[in-house]
Design a protein around this ligand. Sequence first.
Ligand SMILES: Cc1cc2nc3c(=O)[nH]c(=O)nc-3n(C[C@H](O)[C@H](O)[C@H](O)COP(=O)(O)O)c2cc1C
Length: 352
Amino acid sequence: MFEVGTMRIERGIFLAPMEDVSEQPFRRLCRRFGADLVYTEFVSSEGLIREAARTQAKIVLAEDEHPVGIQLYGNRHAALVEATHLAVSQGPDLIDINFGCPVKKIACKSGAGSGLLREPELLLSLTRSVVEASPLPVTVKTRLGWDEKSIIIVDLARRLEDLGVKALTLHARTRSQMFKGEAAWEWIGKVKRAVSIPVIGNGDVKEPADVARMFAQTGCDAVMIGRAAIGNPWIFQRARALLQTGVDPGPPSLEARIEVYLGLLDEELARKDEPRAVREMRKHLSGYLRGAPNVSHLRAALMAEETRRGVVEKIEQFLEWRRRRPEEEWRAAAVQPTFEPTPAVEVPEAVS
Ligand SMILES: Cc1cc2nc3c(=O)[nH]c(=O)nc-3n(C[C@H](O)[C@H](O)[C@H](O)COP(=O)(O)O)c2cc1C
């Protein structure tokens, strides 16, 4: 049972913090599709206190996305404390600290994220500072250790619990593994048995069945899903259905998925300029088309689009092409529509 602050969540299924992915529209979407708790992407404590507008925008929360955690990273006490105050003022349900990011710039150059797994005493004292600064529950997300020769997670988990950390998310890889190899779920079970705070298991949950498997194999209190939720937000409700009824209802129709995709695009458009919103949505696109027959030309055409109009036109063309054919024909591997580039909109010259 995930009991943190006022939250009481039985077999929680959470959305992972993901840079440039777990933005507000996507978090809200995942909540609508059944994620029990969502996290912001990681937020630099240094950026936040320097009043960098783009960093500050990352901690703005919507009313309908709760429960939500704001994730911070950094390696300086004063910056993390000040950032904690700023994050708390946005009214999240918890503050999460990132000690897992393996990216060189963060882990090696800045000595933050998973870099702190090489300096556990500093990691612990930074955590203590955040716990003392925060009236809200503080949780930690980390990895097994720096490399396979220095797996420190069981001892670290106990010490984090002693400091007052209210839950621990474990991405069951070392820093050296980055995203390679397989997540070693057995460590999630070992940590769960070593502490009494809730443990959130993370790493390589790809399908709803993996959620059930991770609960069964590790005894964790919640499962966190990252990459598999991109372009696939209904994984949360499918996994919930599987846990409750034993049956995975499967993904929605392509038409329904496209509708969700365009809804997300429109929310991004309300926040960003059009070319940027359309470009950034490309990382979600493949997921929405996954498994649909004969969409490779459509996917390629959409990847080249820079405008909402172009995206909608291509999708309409594709669906129209399908509607005009009997199902066995549009499912056949040999057929596929081709697409012309969408012509640029002609802007009339200004008349002076
Ligand atoms: C694009 C991307 C961005 C990520 N950004 C963050 C982040 O900001 N904070 C964090 O704690 N982990 C981050 N992660 C790691 C994920 O939260 C998660 O631990 C990892 O992807 C393993 O889970 P998965 O196999 O379900 O994807 C990121 C992962 C990806 C793929």
